[in-house]
Design a protein around this ligand. Sequence first.
Ligand SMILES: [Zn+2]
Length: 73
Amino acid sequence: MTPPDPQQVAEIAPDITLRCDKCKRKQSYPRSVDPSIPARVATIVVSRCDRCDNGDFGTEWWLDANGKEVVND
Ligand SMILES: [Zn+2]
């Protein structure tokens, strides 16, 4: 087991990946668009994107660079 590289963990990508959980489509989302999103969030997963939208209420959740869910506190 290799411990996580602190340098790598601290690095913040300029874009957040927006991923649709339904069609797996990925989009890039500039972090500057929503400064309220914590810096450790690397990916936003949405239950459906604009293409998959069927009118129901969609949900979204956040993942960090390691794929772990980020809980906003
Ligand atoms: Zn989709």
